[in-house]
Design a protein around this ligand. Sequence first.
Ligand SMILES: [Cu+2]
Length: 463
Amino acid sequence: MNLTSTNLHFHGLTVPADCHQDEVLKTSIQPGNPPFEYRFRIPDNEPPGLYWYHPHIHGFSTKQVLAGLSGAMIIEGIQRANAEVAGLPERVLVIRDQDLMNPNSPPSKSEPVIGRMLIDHDGDAANNGTGFGKPAKDLSINFVPVPYPDYPISQIKIKPGERQFWRVLNASAITYLNLAVLYKKVPQQLGIVALDGVPLNNNGLIGNFVDWENHIGVPPGGRAEFIIQGPPLGVSGLLVTRTVDTGVGGENDPNRALAAIIAAEDAPKPRSTLDTSPQPLPPSNVPWLGSVAPVRTRRLYFSEKLLDPNDPNSATTFYITVEGQTPTPFDPNSGVPNIVVKQGDVEDWIIENRSTELHAFHIHQIHFILLDWFGTPVNEPFLRDTINVPYYDGKTLQYPWVRVRMDFRDPNAVGLFPYHCHLLEHEDGGMMGLIRVEPAEQNETEGHNSPKNGETARARVSK
Ligand SMILES: [Cu+2]
């Protein structure tokens, strides 16, 4: 595997982690290789929503994703899960990040005066805590760059007052988004219908539920699908990302505009419109994850180590470690799982952040629910596949943590696959581990790495 090798991960899909399907640990396609075919069946019960694909070559995924190698995928039929979006014109917006086009420019004169620009160990602009200043990366929207420092925006035309369904993918390598829509500088209500490809109303189980919010946080890898209403004629709006506080060790994700929203009677129709009278989807045939008792609880933690502890700009190694095991950066030559579970099991994972920057936990193949956010029970009635774990500020008595309920019930999730931070610089830097989901019928004593009741898998031996 090197910078010119590539492969694909299908983010969010519950398809097997097998070669030619969603395998990223061994699959490595070289320049000049014959065409490599991906062929898989989307399960009938895959929730309708926004998914995506991107390369996943360990050590090189940041560069490839920054270069724009990503795309959106839609499982059709979200109007069958939630009739609130039936008949709405839909618009897909892919937000990517890329290296700064004007890295040496001072911030625009119209920005508040900010302190000295700091550079973090990755060479990105470090979080300065002001919400402004030089971003770590530029953003683009559907491949139209909106570069620092002047953020020249393009226009999205919409009929005055028209309701549309916007499906937004954060395909950034390292940039967190906090989306908002402003009309005359006032944040508008956005009706969230789905996050991470999964309708919030659990396919109709809680009616045509729409969560109205005036901003939506979307970590790298995350998706948000929401209803938006066009501004009245004569009012122009902005799609923006508000600043995200990534912690003192994090990158700078400042406030910036992404696009202008212009009300116009002659606005072209978006390319597709959802069915007006959809047939509701059949109800799920498995119990709601939140009501299933977990068979065990595991603890994992994010941590970082500077090569030279006295030099904050020295190289950093990134870890995600199962409590009790030795922190080791991911070794692509080791196929030994850090965690072994059995298909059919449901587990609770407590994921802690012992570093001073925000991380975004992601696991392949499955979704989970967020139960606790650093001590606050949330019990979200919907699923995610990527979740932020707040940074340690050096003050709280405990490290920040989240508790998630992991769903290993789907037989398609059997196999060996990774979990990692979705800031790809961190993943490439070692913040990744492996899980093996064993078939339900296999005798536990056969697999030499199988955990016995409640034990965690044997720690990998570090080199
Ligand atoms: Cu991270």
